[in-house]
Design a protein around this ligand. Structure first.
Ligand SMILES: [Fe+2]
Length: 462
């Protein structure tokens, strides 16, 4: 038995294997590029190490690619003969891996919560729980669990800043912006290379319409982040959002080409961040050329994956916006078959929200704004179930507004924009659209008042 750097037991006789696991988890927390290699090293030192095998399985699943499921299954088979000798914590990790591999993300989260109750210093369990509660849209759970372990953490425990950064993000998603910013900035001070903590503060700036500060906060080049994994593209995505809000549309497009796309490879195309940014740039009135093509082509290869509802929504966005309507419809059919077969959160979120959302996006991109608005309207307050952040889901709110503004459903547009100017009143476009819709409905005075607000709003876009 060995101990990890936070004093938790690892079933292995190899000190080198335990050390390699520590380094792998550190790299994973730092969004570094050596986590996979670290686990490989641990398994070279001890091929029977249950925790190392389990982490290898987790890393496969994090890639969210259905083609990798057989390798997870193989890893679970390798674990079986050694499971009896493992600690309770390690056995729970294996149960979480089994649940996740079977698509039962809620079950996996429950196992990580079980681990954290007994072992609050299990940073891996906390991060995995944090990530998957994020992707299941459960902000309050994310906040509660991060808060529940914090009492046992202090700056004596390695990577304490990561816990501060996670708590900061959870607070932000729950709307506690001041507290979130305080925890996030403390975490960044502790470790300036902690992209998640940096990102937590960026979310606060985004939600509070502080785009000028945001551009400065996230001023990092591909060279500075050469040793960071593809999550860095999401930070650049935030940076581009701040630029768009500052009216720097060309700079945002340049960032798309030079930074966001720098993480693409033969096997991996960053569809979610890229599609979500391209659509926003397009909504800002910029000609984005043929940039949808690569995203639509890659998305078409993934239409039967259904690893996460959030990904499916973005594959559909790329297909519809790229004009690949046949593939987009096939994707919807595939989601319908998938959700009919299963139960649980993924099937429910896909059936109730993602399918009508994607059908709405197909109608919207085909110019059928009435149909799109009718499909979107019942979804408008139910979107958190597809996961992701408020900032990410805000794109769908923008698309819903744009569809309604161009439709004949003007009272729906008025209603959506009345809400939007309260939540995003710093953005000119929202007031301009509101004024246009009010004028079309004959509400002249209120239209004039909205026009004045557009004149003083300090951010561009919607
Ligand atoms: Fe984010």
């Amino acid at each position: 038995m060995q101990m990890d750097c936070r004093g938790l037991p690892i079933t292995t006789s190899s000190a080198d294997a335990a050390k390699a696991i520590d380094l792998a988890i550190k790299s994973y927390m730092d969004y570094g590029t050596t986590a996979g290699a670290g686990i490989k090293t641990a398994l070279e030192h001890d091929p029977a190490c249950v925790l190392a095998l389990c982490i290898r399985g987790y890393f496969f699943l994090m890639l969210e690619n259905k083609a990798l499921l057989p390798r997870v299954k193989q890893t679970l088979d390798e674990i079986k003969p050694h499971l009896g000798a493992a600690t309770k914590r390690e056995q729970l990790h294996v149960k979480a891996l089994e649940a996740w591999a079977a698509g039962d993300i809620m079950g996996a989260c429950a196992r990580w919560e079980e681990i954290l109750t007994e072992s609050p210093l299990d940073l891996l369990a906390l991060k995995l729980h944090h990530t998957m509660t994020f992707y299941t849209g459960r902000s309050q759970v994310m906040r509660s669990v991060a808060a529940s372990v914090l009492g046992e953490w202090s700056d004596k425990a390695p990577e304490y800043g990561c816990v501060q950064g996670m708590y900061a993000y959870a607070l932000e998603e729950c709307g506690a912006y001041d507290e979130a910013e305080r925890w996030g900035r403390q975490a960044v001070e502790r470790n300036p290379g902690d992209l998640w903590a940096l990102h937590s503060v960026a979310h606060v700036l985004e939600m509070q319409g502080r785009s000028k500060e945001g551009v400065k906060w996230l001023d990092y080049t591909p060279e500075q982040w050469a040793q960071k994994n593809p999550f860095k593209a999401h930070i650049w995505w935030h940076s581009a959002l701040f630029m768009l809000a500052q009216g720097e549309n060309d700079r945002a497009l340049d960032l798309y080409d030079k930074s966001l796309c720098s993480v693409n490879s033969e096997q991996y195309v960053d569809v979610s961040n890229q599609a979500a940014l391209l659509k926003r740039i397009e909504l800002s009135g910029v000609d984005i050329g043929d940039r949808w093509k690569a995203l639509a082509e890659h998305s078409e290869k993934r239409i039967h994956d259904h690893m996460l509802p959030f990904r499916d929504a973005h594959f559909s966005l790329a297909l519809a916006a790229g004009g690949s309507f046949d593939a987009a419809r096939k994707h919807v059919e595939s989601m319908a078959a998938f959700s009919a077969q299963g139960d649980g959160w993924r099937a429910e979120a896909t059936r109730d929200i993602v399918i009508p959302l994607c059908e709405g996006m197909i109608a919207y991109e085909a110019g059928d704004y009435d149909k799109a608005t009718d499909l979107f309207w019942p979804l408008r307050n139910e979107m958190s179930i597809i996961g992701g952040s408020h900032a990410q889901r805000d794109l769908f709110a923008q698309i819903m507004c744009d569809a309604a503004v161009h439709s004949s459903r003007l009272p729906v547009a008025r209603s959506l924009l009345s809400e939007r100017v309260l939540s995003r009143g710093t953005r000119k476009q929202n007031w301009q659209d509101y004024a246009k819709v009010l004028a079309a409905l004959g509400e002249t005075e209120r239209a004039e008042a909205a026009r004045k607000q557009a004149g003083i709003a300090h951010e561009s876009g919607a």
